[in-house]
Design a protein around this ligand. Structure first.
Ligand SMILES: [Zn+2]
Length: 182
């Protein structure tokens, strides 16, 4: 294990020359913890909202939506797809931790755009095992948001499905565009 003493004090490169990117994150955490004070919150999000979004690195949810620490639940995966596991998280979010609203965020230039189930087939050919999950690629981001809204709204497990809204985040302009359900 690399100690912080062996890391370069000031690195020009995004990734340290000696040490892994994780070492860099751990080092950043040491600085974070030094300035950290316990906000004294409990686990229930202040704004009673859960945000489901793509994992895309260009999407800074808290900054883009004016969110503060403790405001929301953030549920992210490739595409911001409403999978069974997202429904699991939303169910816990609503039933155990008091959220009432759901915001869905997809974005322009998503890595899932144009990806087909061929990806899954090719993977199976390569590793000799069929993945249990769907790739969930899509061609039309607006339509994908509509489908996601519909999946949340029709889930039997959720307590609150009256305030579910979906958006496409433009990674070039930073703006959200709301998608109206069909
Ligand atoms: Zn994406």
């Amino acid at each position: 294990m690399t100690t912080s003493a062996s890391l370069p004090a000031e690195s020009e490169s995004a990734i340290p020359a000696d040490g892994t990117v994780t070492d860099r994150l751990v080092e950043a955490n040491q600085r974070y913890a030094e300035a950290f004070t316990d906000p004294g919150m409990d686990a229930r999000p202040v704004l009673q909202v859960a945000v489901v979004a793509c994992m895309d690195a260009r999407l800074d949810l808290h900054a883009a939506l004016g969110l503060e620490l403790g405001d929301c639940h953030t549920i992210r995966n490739a595409g911001g797809v409403v999978t069974d596991d997202v429904i699991r998280s939303l169910t816990i979010s609503q039933r155990a931790l008091g959220t009432r609203s759901v915001v869905l965020i997809h974005h322009s230039g998503c890595g899932l755009e144009g990806l087909s189930e061929d990806f899954r087939h090719d993977l199976e050919m390569e590793v000799g095992q069929r993945p249990t999950w769907a790739v969930e690629g899509f061609r039309d981001v607006d339509q994908d948001v509509r489908q996601s809204i519909q999946k949340v709204r029709t889930s039997p497990f959720l307590l609150h499905t009256d305030d579910v809204r979906g958006f496409v985040f433009d990674v070039k302009s930073g703006r959200l565009r709301e998608i109206r359900p069909n």
